[in-house]
Write a protein that binds this ligand. Structure first.
Ligand code: GLY
Length: 321
């Protein structure tokens, strides 16, 4: 069997990165670097372990919109979604509407490996997390986050921001500054050519309670198939889901496009349909090629592969990697 160079590529969200100070950007780069190494350090156990470990780090560090860093719904709650896929046999695990699970990606993996189902959401998903001994927290909504929520809500309800105008109308009868789409994701290939994808998110600020985006939907937020490659999306879930964006990217790789070309064509497709500032994507193809693209101002990302001394990390387009 042909030996493949093992590799992992992660993202920490596509978005405007508006208002991020240099200090915050450098902390973010540092966390991306650590997250990709968490995954790379276990890649000898397989691509699935690598993507789970990288996403777990980003959920646990509190600096991304996933796990501890999750943003809040319009009624001030956290509702987290996650998904994972194993390219060897197309097994999938997904979960949504979690309020207390520290690492939703690990619950998604338990659902994939230990239940008869592919997607379990809400109260019973949390019971399952408890049953499997996963860490549950009562304080995911921090004081700092509540303060930020109040500011954003005040601005939005006064009319700032163009999105969710239907919700604003509903509330005013009966705004949102989407500064960053910050979902986290990882794709990897191990030395045996097995690929995997994992994603996790808090959704976006001021989302409607009960809203589920692309992240736990197979083919939308994530996809992995050893015959094609693996991909993970970030951006506005309502657009990503309608194009089955991750599956679209994998299908391009299935018919022979390298990961970088597949990502470029995938972002072209979503931009043509729904405009700029909508999405980013990362991918690895079945030969181990890596790719990414985004139509937002930035997308935090990090990659590591056999032979590199240290990870390559970047946020904006002008940075070369
Ligand atoms: N892509 C994250 C979300 O829309 O929920």
């Amino acid at each position: 069997m042909k030996k493949i160079r093992s590799a992992i590529l992660i993202h920490g969200g596509a978005g405007s990165y508006k208002g991020f100070s240099d200090e915050v950007l450098s902390i973010r780069l540092e966390h991306l670097s650590k997250a990709v190494m968490e995954g790379y350090n276990v890649i000898s156990k397989g691509a699935l372990d690598a993507v789970e470990a990288a996403v777990r780090y980003m959920e646990s560090c509190g600096f991304f919109n996933a796990g501890l860093g999750s943003v809040l719904t319009i009624n001030g709650l956290v509702e987290m979604d996650a998904g994972i896929m194993d390219g060897r046999d197309l097994r999938v695990g997904a979960t949504a509407l979690l309020r207390r699970v520290k690492n939703p990606v690990s619950l998604a993996r338990k659902i994939m490996e230990n239940t008869d189902h592919i997607f379990i959401a809400g109260e019973w998903a949390e019971k399952l997390a408890e049953f499997y001994g996963l860490e549950l927290l009562d304080n995911i909504v921090s004081e700092e986050k509540l303060k930020r929520f109040k500011e954003m809500y005040e601005n939005w309800i006064k009319g700032e921001g163009s999105r969710m105008s239907k919700l604003r109308e509903m509330i005013l009868q009966g705004r949102v500054i989407f500064e960053s789409h910050d979902t986290v994701g990882a794709v990897a290939i191990d030395s045996e050519g097995n690929v995997a994808s994992a994603v996790s998110t808090g959704g976006y600020w001021l989302k409607f309670p009960g809203r589920i985006g692309d992240v736990p939907l197979v083919g939308c937020g994530f996809y992995a198939d050893n015959d094609a490659g693996a991909s993970a999306a970030t951006g506005t879930g309502e657009y990503i889901a309608r194009l089955n964006l991750s599956r679209f990217c994998c299908d391009l790789m299935r018919i022979g496009f390298q990961a970088q070309d597949a990502c470029r064509l995938t972002i072209k497709r979503i931009t043509d349909k729904f405009g700029p500032d909508t999405a980013g994507i990362i991918a690895v193809d079945k030969n181990g090629g890596l790719g990414y693209d985004f139509n937002t101002r930035g997308m935090g990302r990090a990659l590591m592969y056999e032979g590199l001394d240290k990870p390559i990390v970047a946020i904006f387009r002008e940075e070369k990697n």
